[in-house]
Design a protein around this ligand. Structure first.
Ligand code: IMP
Length: 184
């Protein structure tokens, strides 16, 4: 549970997200239209809303699988040490894989997961992230497709949490701690 009082200011509306996800789905469709072996891998838990909207716009015979990596816990800072909490159900050897991430922040999570999955020798492995915070990057990784570049703000909504809260917001909002307000 979050320990400090905070408010959420809308940053990206549900309508803007929907339009961007539709455009991204078209790109994904075009990139993988030559294959019937695509596995779309959602990184739990933050990508669950994004992947649900994304795959429903992709008119290809895909499979969906999930992998869970350790997250921030109750903090707003990355731990930099990535652990796999839940692995894929299926094999990806010789399959085409699209890894779906909610946010690329320091980059440790995506880099670790990509390395792990590439070692299983998929035919192709591509990545998509809804959000990217390039100014926070600590390791060299870039998603093949990105929904929105955002500044260094802690965000919630559309599947993304703060200490497990606010995943159900239909928009992306930025967290503002009430005890950091001007003059306090
Ligand atoms: P990275 O390993 O630092 O790139 O962090 C990636 C993960 O940290 C994301 O998949 C999110 O789960 C979490 N994360 C990064 N930034 C935020 C944020 O602004 N709000 C909530 N979670 C975040």
């Amino acid at each position: 549970m979050p320990t400090r009082p905070y408010v959420i200011d809308e940053m990206i509306s549900a309508k803007t997200i929907a339009a961007r996800v539709e455009a991204l789905s078209k790109d994904i469709h075009d990139a993988f239209s030559d294959t019937d072996k695509l596995v779309v891998v959602g990184l739990l838990r933050g990508s669950f809303v994004f992947i649900a909207d994304l795959v429903r716009e992709i008119d290809l015979p895909i499979e969906v699988d999930f992998i869970e990596a350790s997250s921030y816990g109750d903090s707003t800072e990355s731990s930099r040490e990535v652990r796999i909490l839940k692995d894929l159900r299926g094999a990806i050897h010789h399959r085409d894989v699209l890894v779906v991430e909610d946010i690329v922040d320091t980059g440790y999570t995506l880099k670790h997961v990509v390395g792990l999955l590439k070692a299983r020798r998929p035919a192709r492995l591509k990545t998509i992230a809804l959000l990217d915070k390039p100014s926070r990057r600590e390791v060299d990784i870039q998603a093949d497709w990105t929904g929105f570049e955002i500044p260094d703000e802690f965000v919630v909504g559309y599947g993304i949490d703060f200490a497990q809260r606010n995943r159900n917001l239909p928009y992306i909002g930025k967290v503002r701690f009430s005890d950091e307000e001007q003059g306090t």
